[in-house]
Design a protein around this ligand. Structure first.
Ligand code: MGP
Length: 291
């Protein structure tokens, strides 16, 4: 599936629903519809979602707090790491944009000069664009239709293999966008599908079986860039430590920040903050960034 930057509002299809009465809401999303104002405070201003998007959308207060925390954490990373990354992050990439819950909060926080939202389903992306307009941040977000793992693979390729000045097709807007992103100044946010609501049936959720992307797949797609993963609240912390902070030093490996985000006293999800790895700090692109 090709990656495309979407400039105009995509057509809101009949999948882009706004339910006003409970009787119209499919039974399996009624629970979420009852929470509609905590999910989108402006729900009544014609917020649209596909039926699938209701399951994964981050409630607005949580999305807002994550945006705040991520900006603070990311800026602390810039201060403590290699001088090459001293510059603050200017770009945030939301790999699974969905109906816009997180990306709207990122844009509203004004913590980044550029907010990129990637989504592979056109109807869901149409909802995200429309919802961003409801919140007044449509123009602050670059919407990309396509597979975010492809996007990240191309971004990492630029980081590791390409030379400055190498020729490319300047009419290729995605390539132009990728080349304008300095990986050392970008932070990635991933709130992937968890393989359905059955995650809640497990006391400890096995991240190696998460569908369609396991924890290792996601980390592989994001590293060496700094990234933040939004995972089930019951995720196995031993796997988080094993995959994301393998003990590579005599001190026993890195420490990671893991935060449970709660509403009304109950956790909604676990978020893991993963610093950029050493290979990024010494990459040609990062080196070019300090010249
Ligand atoms: P939930 O567990 O379905 O419901 O989703 P909740 O409100 O905890 O109710 P409970 O009574 O069953 O405990 C909790 C939160 O997890 C949602 O608000 C979403 O933010 C998030 N979430 C749920 N799912 C199934 C996904 C998913 O597949 N992907 C992502 N990224 N987030 C999800």
């Amino acid at each position: 599936m090709a990656l495309t930057i979407v400039h105009d509002q995509l057509h809101l299809t009949d999948k882009c629903r706004h339910y006003e009465v409970l009787g119209d809401v499919p039974w399996d999303i009624q629970k979420y519809w009852h929470q509609r104002y905590s999910i989108f405070n402006f729900y009544d201003y014609d917020v649209r979602l596909t039926d699938e998007a209701w399951f994964g959308v981050t409630p607005e207060p949580v999305a807002k707090k994550i945006a705040e925390d991520l900006a603070a954490w990311s800026s602390s990373q810039s201060k403590t790491k290699n001088p090459r990354t001293k510059k603050t992050k200017d770009t945030i990439i939301d790999m699974f944009g969905g109906a816009g819950g997180n990306v709207i909060a990122f844009a509203l926080s004004e913590g980044w000069a550029r907010v990129v939202a990637i989504e592979r389903d056109a109807a869901t992306l149409a909802c995200a664009q429309h919802n961003a307009a409801v919140y007044g941040v449509r123009e602050a977000i670059t919407f990309v239709l396509g597979d975010s793992l492809d996007f990240m693979a191309r971004l990492r390729r630029y980081d590791t293999e390409m030379e400055d000045g190498e020729q490319y097709d300047e009419d290729d807007e995605v390539e132009t966008l990728l080349r304008s992103i300095d990986p050392a100044r970008a932070t990635v946010f991933a709130s992937p599908p968890w393989g359905g609501v059955s995650y809640a049936e497990h006391e400890v959720f096995d991240l190696s079986r998460m569908e369609p992307y396991s924890l290792a797949d996601l980390h592989g797609a994001c590293a060496p860039l700094e990234h933040t993963l939004f995972l089930p609240r019951s995720s196995d912390l031993r796997q988080v430590a094993g995959v994301l902070a393998p003990s590579s030093s005599d001190q026993g490996g890195e420490k990671l920040d893991v935060v449970q985000y709660c509403m009304n006293g109950a956790s909604k999800a676990m978020v893991v903050f993963v610093p950029a790895s050493e290979s990024l700090l010494s990459s040609p692109a990062a080196a070019a960034a300090v010249k």
